[in-house]
Design a binder for this molecule. Structure first.
Ligand SMILES: N[C@H](CCC[C@H](N)C(=O)O)C(=O)O
Length: 276
């Protein structure tokens, strides 16, 4: 099967056109192709499917084979894949995901895609939908216990579950230690992505993410978006924020009825997946 490998701010993906496939389950394919030694290597797998209510549909799988409802960096790479493969022939289109219908705008420069803007929809603060196992009506600035240590966390649903931990400095060793412990904390019945956030000023933050289902990544689009939403909710930042991650930069804009994420999508290579 033909594939493209792409990255969005260093979060890397395999993209395939699955419209003719009879299956809708790509869990084993994802584990195989995302493997960094026995496969092509990626954080996740993007699959194109037909949609009844949008220009196309995206299925997303983490590298451990788990299915997720949405992927922010992934949908930018998906948008580039479907446009440059003539699956979608316009620069403004919609993509159905398991989270919602996402509006895509390709910002063109000299007839090439310069950046991609995605309507990420609206965040959900209701713990019932994140989900978080709590009786509270929000899970913002709450305390969880990890190894007898108290951690202050805030969680929302932004397509997928996201938890934010504000830190003075981004420390990878701290992330590698606490990321999986928070991801798998019993208060999160469906686990959670974990974003470590350093607020630089009202218009700039730095985010580093331990992702559910694939571990430490160089960027997480939904996580960066959720980090800005929670930072703005707590009056730490304005509504238009530049976000720096290890793999690149994204721009997040909050408006009354939606949140936009804008950033790059880069094709790394293409090839043929043997045996798939
Ligand atoms: N690992 C996430 C899905 C991918 C999100 C991330 N790659 C992004 O760019 O939003 C989850 O299982 O909820």
């Amino acid at each position: 099967m033909k594939f493209w490998k792409l990255h969005g701010a260093g979060n890397d993906f395999i993209a395939i056109d699955g419209r003719k496939d009879l299956t809708d389950d790509y869990s084993d394919v994802a584990k195989k192709v995302c493997h960094r030694h026995f496969g092509v290597g990626a954080d996740g797998l993007l699959v194109v499917k037909e949609s009844n209510n949008s220009d196309c549909k995206m299925l997303y799988y983490n590298s451990d084979g788990s299915k997720a409802k949405m992927c922010g960096n992934g949908i930018r790479c998906f948008a580039k894949f479907v446009y440059e493969n003539n699956i979608v022939k316009k620069s403004n289109f919609t993509v159905e995901t398991l989270a919602s219908i996402q509006e895509i705008t390709l910002n063109m420069l000299n007839e090439k895609i310069d950046s991609i803007k995605v309507n990420m929809g609206l965040p959900n603060f209701d713990p019932k939908y994140i989900p978080v196992d709590t009786t509270k009506d929000k899970f913002i600035n709450e305390t969880i216990i990890i190894n007898k240590e108290k951690l202050n966390v805030s969680s929302i649903l932004l397509g997928v579950p996201h938890t934010v931990v504000f830190v003075e400095e981004i420390d990878k060793n701290y992330i590698l230690k606490y990321g999986p412990l928070i991801e798998n904390h019993k208060i999160f019945p469906e686990k959670t992505n974990v974003n470590f956030v350093k607020v630089i000023d009202k218009e700039n933050i730095q985010v580093s993410t331990w992702e559910r289902g694939c571990g430490y990544t160089l960027a997480c689009g939904t996580g960066i978006t959720a980090s800005v939403v929670i930072s703005n909710y707590l009056n730490k930042v304005d509504k238009k924020v530049n976000v720096i991650s290890e793999g690149g930069k994204l721009l997040i804009e909050i408006s009354e009825d939606r949140v936009y994420m804008q950033g790059p999508a880069v094709k790394i290579c293409e090839g043929i997946l043997e045996g798939i």
